[in-house]
Write a protein that binds this ligand. Structure first.
Ligand code: SF4
Length: 401
């Protein structure tokens, strides 16, 4: 028995110890840990599992410089938690043209960004051809930029518009330049909570089927989870189980990224939300339960910077992106902004050495020496929501003056 697990109830102690040592736990055991394990014991077991997995580099926590490029807010899917979309009939709808998108890519490269996340609504006119045109233009102009974008929901939508199978859509996207899927649209995979918040989206099973097809075709992805829209603890663990089962077959999920529902400007009207403790418990249980997923990302953008720091002690090994541009969760009230220097400081004062990573988690720069930290005031989050001071819902967001 370790000092940490001593505080756990008798029946949970062996489960925590097995999981900390890399052993597999069942969904039922994960649910009991999530419900009843003392917070610190849970965090210590998850941290032990992280250190075991990253033995030799366990002192490092990673971040990436990336830009979300929101190409349109027009969407036919009307998710109840979403504050970003405009229905096709609305005069609030906008679509960026290719020149604007390429300008944003150029700024990303100028600021040392390595990845873009193309993210937008389910536009009624955008089939596979739209994405082929844009991805090939981006790759031609900026071959060094990784296109880590979209997810099964967009694939399902664009395949329907173009009258092709999801498999063909994935093949064509990949051929046009898509490097990996960001795993958008997972929200909550179990049927009841998914129908409650995104009734027009494909089912959770279908979402997984499409991601499995992508993995089989050599297009890896990250995976996500939206917490705090009224789902039960059991449904949260069921979401993890559904991901783990696919991962056992494909190994294609590089990371798991839970983030929290933001309560403003959407149809759910903030009825439910996630507390910091629930979030940290989920990060820790994810590290223990998802023994086949390499990376667990803490989300400072939706949970706050201190929560991001804490997550590094509850099993997370990555703090995600500086987020040069973000317009989706900020529209729903996420007010946290950061910049590269602050992210380095957050990671360091959490007791880790920061490292800038690539999309595939290679360490590009390890910031061993604070005296050599990069100084560039432009590598900073820009959120364009009207919900935040200085925010704008309009696309004329300037990053490089
Ligand atoms: S979450 Fe995505 S699919 Fe759902 S309404 Fe918003 S933009 Fe549309």
């Amino acid at each position: 028995m370790t000092p940490q697990t001593a505080a756990a109830p008798n029946d949970l102690r062996p489960v925590l110890e097995r999981a900390a040592e890399g052993g597999r736990i069942t969904p039922g055991e994960a649910l009991e840990l999530y419900r009843r394990a003392p917070l610190h014991a849970l965090g210590a077991a998850a941290d032990a599992a992280r250190r075991r997995r990253y033995a030799g580099t366990e002192h490092i926590a990673t971040y990436i410089i990336e830009r979300n490029i929101n190409y349109t807010n027009v969407c036919v899917t009307a998710c109840r938690f979403c504050a970003f979309y405009a229905p096709p009939s609305s005069d609030r709808g906008w679509t960026r043209d290719l020149d604007d998108i390429l300008r944003r890519c150029a700024e990303t490269v100028a600021l040392g960004g390595t990845q873009i996340m193309f993210q937008g609504g389910h536009h009624p006119d955008f089939g596979v051809e739209y994405y082929e045109r844009h991805f090939s233009a981006i790759k031609e102009a900026f071959p060094e930029l990784v296109i880590h974008s979209l997810g099964a929901s967009e694939v399902e939508h664009m395949a329907r518009i173009s009258g092709v199978s999801a498999e063909e859509a994935i093949r064509r996207l990949h051929a046009a330049g898509l490097d990996s899927f960001a795993g958008a649209g997972a929200e909550l995979l179990p049927e009841r909570p998914r129908k409650a918040i995104a009734p027009l989206k494909e089912s959770g099973e279908r979402w997984l089927e499409i991601m499995e097809t992508a993995h089989r075709l050599g297009v890896e992805s990250t995976s996500t989870m939206l917490m705090g829209t009224g789902e039960t603890n059991a449904e949260r663990i069921e979401h993890l189980r559904m991901l783990r089962d696919v991962q056992d077959r494909t190994g294609g999920f590089r990371a798991f990224i839970p983030y929290t529902y933001q309560p403003e400007n959407n149809h759910l009207r903030g009825r439910t939300q996630t507390t910091l403790f629930e979030y940290l418990r989920l990060i820790a249980v994810a590290r223990l339960f998802l023994d086949n997923v390499a990376h667990i990302q803490g989300s400072w953008l939706t949970t706050g910077k201190e929560a991001g720091q804490l997550s590094l002690h509850y099993g997370a090994d990555d703090l995600g992106s500086v987020m040069l541009e973000e317009n989706v969760v900020s529209s729903a009230g996420a007010r946290h902004r950061s910049n590269r220097l602050e992210l380095l400081h957050l990671i360091r004062t959490a007791g880790r050495v920061p490292a800038q990573r690539s999309t595939t988690y290679e360490h590009l720069v390890v910031h061993d020496d604070p005296a050599e930290d990069p100084v560039d005031d432009h590598v900073v989050s820009h959120l364009s929501s009207t919900a935040i001071d200085g925010g704008t819902a309009h696309p004329e967001l300037t990053i490089v003056p």
